[in-house]
Design a protein around this ligand. Structure first.
Ligand code: UFG
Length: 330
C-alpha cells in the first residue's frame, strides 16, 4: 500500500488517480486545509494533519504501508515570507513527524515533493541538480531543510528517499475530472484561464522589464501527469535499487509570461485581457530545468510536454468546472 500525504491537493489528487490506474492500493492523508475531498477519486481516506503524531501512528498501524509519496506542505512563496513559522511547522515539523512514524513502523521508502525554489536565483540555465542551492524564501528553505534531514535519516536509519525538485507544474487530467483549484490562486496558467472565463477581469503581468526576449519572466512548465509519472518511476527506482537521490522535474523548455497568455488566447479562441504591472518580489527572471538526469536514471519520458497540451488540458478542467470543486457535482 502506498501512503500519499496531501492526496487531496492539486498534484496529490492526480498522483492518487495514477496510482489507482496502475493497480496500486492507496491510503490518502489530507487535512483539507487546501485540498478537496472531491478530488480524491479512490483509496482509503484519512482527514488529519502531519503535526498530529497520534494520528500518524494510527494510520501506520491500521495499514500495511510499503512506501510514502509526500506532497502535504504549505507552498506559497509570498506567504512563507510573511509567516515563516507556519512553513517551518507544516513543512519541517510535519515531515519530521512523518519520518518518525515511518521509522517506528519500519517503512523505509519516501518520494518527496521538493521545488525549484531550493536553487533561488539560478547561476546557470538550464539548472542542474548539482548547482548551488541558495533559497531566497522560507518556502524553498524548508524544502531544502527537509532534503538535508532525509539525507541524515538515510545515514542513520537506512530510510531511502527520492527528492523531486518541481519546476512549474500545470495542466490537468485530460478528461477534465480533476484539476487545479487553489484559493487564493497565484499560479499563472489558472489565472490566465480564469481571465478567459471572466472570473477575473484581467491578468496582471508581473513586470516586462526583465532581461528576457519580451521582458517577461521565463518558466519551465511541466504537465502534472508527467510529473506524477516521474513519481511512479521514483517508486520503482527505490524498490529496485534502494538508493537515495535527487532529480529536477521540468520540460527543459522555457516560456515567457506573454507566450503563455498568447498560447492560451489561441486555445480558448479569444483575446485574454492583461495589463503590465510591477514586478513581484522574489521572482527570478528565468527558471528552466535540466531534467536529463531523471530521464537517464529513472527512464522518465514526458508525454504531455507541449505548452499547447498543458494549457488545453487545464482549459478543459477550468471550462468544465469554472467554480472548481465547489461547483463539482459528483
Ligand atoms: N505571473 C504573472 N501574473 C500572475 C501570476 C504569475 O505575471 O498573476 C508570472 C510570475 O511573475 C512568474 C510566472 O508568471 O514569472 C509564473 O508564476 P507562478 O506563480 O505561476 O509560478 P512561480 O514560478 O512563481 O512558482 C513556481 C511554483 C512555486 C515554486 C517556484 C520556484 O509554483 O511553488 O516556482 O521558484 F516555489
Amino acid at each position: 500500500m502506498i501512503l500519499v500525504t496531501g492526496g487531496a491537493g492539486y498534484i496529490g489528487s492526480h498522483m492518487v488517480w495514477l496510482l489507482l490506474e496502475k493497480g496500486y492500493e492507496v491510503v490518502v492523508i489530507d487535512n483539507l486545509e487546501k485540498g478537496h475531498k472531491k478530488a480524491v477519486l479512490g483509496g482509503k481516506f484519512y482527514n488529519g494533519d502531519l503535526k498530529d503524531r497520534e494520528f500518524l501512528d494510527r494510520v501506520f498501524s491500521e495499514n500495511e504501508i510499503s512506501a510514502v509519496i509526500h506532497f502535504a506542505a504549505s507552498s506559497l512563496v509570498g506567504e512563507s515570507v510573511q509567516n515563516p513559522l507556519k512553513y517551518y511547522y507544516n513543512n519541517v515539523y510535519g515531515t519530521l513527524n512523518l519520518v518518525d512514524a515511518m521509522i517506528k513502523h519500519n517503512v523505509k521508502k519516501i518520494v518527496f515533493s521538493s521545488t525549484a525554489a531550493v536553487y533561488g536565483e539560478p547561476e546557470n540555465i538550464p539548472i542542474l541538480e548539482t548547482d548551488k542551492t541558495q533559497p531566497t524564501n522560507p518556502y524553498g528553505e524548508t524544502k531544502l531543510a527537509i532534503e538535508k534531514m532525509l539525507k541524515w535519516m538515510d545515514n542513520a536509519y537506512g530510510l531511502k528517499f527520492v527528492s523531486l525538485r518541481y519546476f512549474n507544474v500545470a495542466g490537468a487530467h485530460p478528461d477534465g475530472i480533476i484539476g487545479e483549484d487553489h484559493n487564493p490562486e497565484t499560479h499563472l496558467i489558472p489565472i490566465v484561464l480564469q481571465a478567459a472565463l471572466g472570473i477575473r477581469d484581467k491578468v496582471i503581468v508581473y513586470g516586462n522589464d526583465y532581461s528576457t526576449k519580451d521582458g517577461t519572466c521565463i518558466r519551465d512548465y511541466i504537465h502534472v501527469l508527467d510529473l506524477c509519472d516521474a513519481h511512479l518511476k521514483a517508486l520503482e527506482y527505490l524498490e529496485k535499487y534502494n538508493v537515495s537521490d535527487i532529480f529536477n522535474l521540468g520540460n527543459g523548455m522555457g516560456f515567457s509570461v506573454m507566450e503563455v497568455i498568447e498560447k492560451a488566447s489561441e486555445i480558448v479562441g479569444k483575446k485574454i485581457p492583461y495589463e503590465i504591472g510591477p514586478r513581484r518580489a522574489g521572482d527570478p527572471s528565468v527558471l528552466v530545468a535540466s531534467s536529463k538526469k531523471a530521464q537517464k536514471v529513472l527512464g522518465w519520458q514526458q508525454q504531455y510536454n507541449s505548452l499547447d497540451v498543458i494549457i488545453s488540458t487545464a482549459w478543459r478542467w477550468h471550462s468544465l468546472h469554472p467554480e472548481g470543486y465547489s461547483g463539482k457535482q459528483d
